[in-house]
Design a protein. Structure first.
Length: 122
């Protein structure tokens, strides 16, 4: 799944750079939508993200592209790889600014782990 986000002033820290927590929130949201669309009828919660390392700064006005790709399916969990790129509007050059893996676990109504639904929609 691919989606985009525009970095606005309310997403910035006092130095004018994107707060890392906002980026992580967007990754969680985008990937949750992907796993929910991939496995309708299943309830998922985020269980973890791998390697949180901010190596590129992101400024106001940047358009970010989030690509969430399924990486692994376990008995009760699903893992996605999320690549975040920015595109230089004047040149069209894309640059990877962040990547991570995020894992979701399938749960029942009481929050207990359950097997991932057998049906995959997409």
């Amino acid at each position: 799944m691919e989606t985009h986000k525009l970095v606005m002033p309310e997403h910035l820290n006092h130095f004018g750079f994107l707060f890392g927590g906002n980026l992580l929130k967007w990754i969680d949201e985008v990937s949750y939508i992907a796993v929910t669309l991939d496995y309708p009828g299943c309830n998922f919660v985020t269980v973890g993200m791998d390697k949180i390392e901010f190596r590129k700064s992101i400024r106001q006005g940047t358009i970010l592209c989030f690509e969430s790709k399924q990486n692994r399916v376990g008995h009760t969990s699903v893992e996605y790889v999320v690549d975040v790129t920015r595109e230089e509007i004047s040149t069209g050059v894309k640059e990877l600014v962040f990547t991570t893996r995020i894992t979701f676990v399938s749960v029942d109504e009481t929050g207990k782990k359950r097997p991932v639904c057998a049906f995959k929609a997409r």
